[in-house]
Design a protein around this ligand. Structure first.
Ligand code: DCP
Ligand code: CA
Ligand code: CA
Length: 376
């Protein structure tokens, strides 16, 4: 009987990389290890304005964490030899990309939910056995540590909600398993703000109703919760308080193309007028590609003439890229060729499109390691 029930149950692993940006920085420069390391999102207004993006656990001992004002962090850490660093997104993206590729291979289904976290459905590969899922989890930790020198925290549970709470339970470098019979004791006393989906606003609203822990939450009726938060969030909170969640682990389908299109201020065939418009569209498109952590292998321009006919010109690149220079050069060349080959054409709108997209493998050229932003 027990065996049968176990086969039907889901087994989900949640992986969350420890103090991720700061850990990447420690690996690039091991001499900073052991010191408080603070990765800063500088706003650029003054040399100290901005907030902490993340910090390592040494810095957290001084209460310096994500969201702390940089000036405050400097004050709290004044007595230490703390290392303050600017964000280096290309570095974190490339480490993340390689780790996600490792994780993808370890689940029946894989879903990345952030730069440093993912869910794996291992129901089949573990045959519903927690001991097997735990071995898969340990194995993942070992491989990520060996290949990338990055520690992570892992949660294993019958659903995504509990797996996420479990990975958060023991950090850093933890591995927490919540089997079905452990759910009530695991949730017992859990602070309400730890519950995924409970942001500042929801927390405040619950606090005014004297709800501080998960136990308090589980005493509210579904009707009361729906009255407070609406049908969707109310129902979610009612089920979450009981550790119930049926969300499937889903491999999100990747977009196959991305484009940007704009209208020219005047109808024209003057390259010098069209060129900056196309460049700006390309720049915006590249930002999107970076955000999605994609590469593209083919670039097209879309041209809409004043007679409203639509024309496209495409070129395949030698390799998959995501850098502005290559893609912009290619688009500009296509534009020059189009104008030269169609003497009658007067352009009304211009667009740029990238296709043959792939997820960046994480291999990044040395230049992009040092440019944290797409140049304008
Ligand atoms: N991040 C950020 N700003 C925030 C929160 C996070 O820029 N307010 C970035 C930096 C983090 C990364 O996202 O390294 C992952 O966020 P996590 O919340 O998982 O935090 P960490 O990985 O830094 O620490 P932990 O060990 O607590 O997971
Ligand atoms: Ca993390
Ligand atoms: Ca995370």
């Amino acid at each position: 009987m027990v065996g049968k029930r176990r086969l039907a149950q889901r087994l989900i692993i949640h992986v969350d990389l420890d103090y991720f940006y700061a850990q990447c920085e420690e690996n690039v420069n091991p001499s900073i290890r052991g010191k408080p390391v603070i990765v800063c999102a500088y706003s650029g207004r003054t040399s100290e304005s901005g907030v902490v993006s993340t910090s390592n656990y040494e810095a957290r001992k001084y209460d310096v964490k994500a969201g702390t004002a940089i000036a405050t962090a400097k004050r709290l850490l004044a007595s230490t030899d703390a290392i303050f660093l600017p964000m280096n997104r290309p570095l974190y993206d490339s480490v993340s990309g390689r780790i996600m590729n490792i994780l993808r291979d370890h689940g029946d289904v894989f879903e990345q939910t952030g730069v440093d976290e993912a869910y794996l459905d291992v129901s089949e590969s573990s045959k519903g056995e927690y001991s097997t899922a735990k071995r898969i989890g340990s194995n993942i930790k070992e491989i990520i540590l060996r290949q990338e020198q990055i520690t992570c925290s892992i949660g294993i549970a019958p659903n995504k909600l509990l797996a996420k709470l479990a990975s958060d339970h023991t950090k850093p470098n933890g591995l927490t398993v919540v089997e079905p019979e452990q759910i009530p004791s695991f949730l017992n006393g859990l602070e309400i703000r730890k519950m995924p989906g409970v942001g500042k606003k929801v927390e405040e609203k619950l606090h005014t109703s004297k709800v501080k822990t998960n136990d308090d939450l589980s005493r509210l009726s579904p009707i009361a919760l729906q009255e407070m938060f609406g049908r969707k969030l109310g129902t979610y909170l009612f089920l979450a308080a009981r550790g119930e969640d049926n969300e499937p682990v889903q491999d999100k389908e990747l977009p196959t193309q991305m484009s940007r299109i704009g209208t020219l201020k005047e109808d024209t065939r003057d390259y010098d007028i069209i060129r900056p418009v196309l460049s700006e569209l390309t720049r915006s498109l590249i930002e999107k590609i970076h955000d999605e952590r994609m590469n593209c292998k083919s670039v097209s321009i879309i041209v809409i003439l004043n007679n409203l006919t639509i024309h496209t010109r495409s070129r395949t690149l030698e390799s998959s890229v995501k850098d502005l220079r290559t893609i912009d050069d290619c688009a500009q060349q296509l534009l020059r060729e189009f104008i030269a080959s169609t003497p009658e054409a007067v352009l009304r709108r211009i667009g740029v499109k990238v296709t043959r997209l792939s997820k960046s493998s994480g291999q990044t050229d040395i230049e992009s390691f040092f440019s944290t932003k797409v140049p304008r």
